[in-house]
Design a protein around this ligand. Structure first.
Ligand code: 5GP
Ligand code: MG
Ligand code: MG
Length: 180
């Protein structure tokens, strides 16, 4: 495989190597496949940060999957989050009675996933579970029950493997901390 090394020079430190991410995502796929055996999973994925996570994960789950992508943005006023999340809700998608797996890249304050969970639960799905690649260890303002989690990380701003800083760095194959 050709190595992408130029983009790595933007990183101060690598937190999770591409190999360790691959191994853990494979484990998560097997876990999800076992838990949803015999079912059709409606995967609801938050774009764009979870782009590579969902791509690598779903291609290793040997079950029928309906994929729904959506965007959400939260408005933060000063140091405190305002508690408002704007969700681009998809038109014409049936969630009632479905087994939904909500996927995101990283759980930080919990604001976004909490709002999305509440919105999805109002559609009366058969079940709703949540999976994130990263769980930031920090005091959590909004409680979000996690069913699947790739890694717990310290409270630092990370980029790579889909996650950006001002739209950049998503294509870094590992996860790391940017240079100051
Ligand atoms: P929350 O609503 O949990 O505070 O924010 C979650 C969203 O903020 C994530 O889905 C992600 O898009 C973004 N986010 C939170 N922490 C980080 C981080 O360390 N790096 C990047 N690139 N995005 C983050
Ligand atoms: Mg996100
Ligand atoms: Mg972002």
């Amino acid at each position: 495989m050709s190595a992408i090394t130029g983009v790595l020079s933007d990183l101060h430190r690598v937190l999770l190597s591409a190999e360790s991410i691959r191994a853990r995502v494979t484990e998560m796929a097997h876990e999800i496949e076992r838990d949803y055996s015999g079912k059709v999973i409606t995967v609801v994925v938050l774009m764009d940060g979870a782009l590579f996570f969902v791509s690598d994960l779903l291609r290793q789950i040997d079950l029928p999957i309906r994929l729904v992508t959506l965007g959400a943005s939260s408005y933060h006023g000063g140091m405190e989050s305002s508690g408002q999340v704007k969700i681009n809700w998809p038109a014409g998608v049936e969630f009632a009675g479905q087994d939904i797996l909500l996927l995101d890249d990283i759980l930080d304050t919990g604001l976004t996933l909490k709002a999305l969970r509440e919105r999805l639960l109002s559609e009366k799905p058969a079940s709703l579970r949540t999976a994130v690649l990263l769980d930031k260890k920090r005091p959590r303002e909004h409680d979000v029950p996690l069913d699947y989690c790739g890694f717990e990380i310290a409270d630092e701003f990370v980029v790579g493997y889909g996650m950006d800083y001002q739209g950049r760095f998503r294509n870094i194959p590992c996860i790391g901390i940017l240079k100051p």
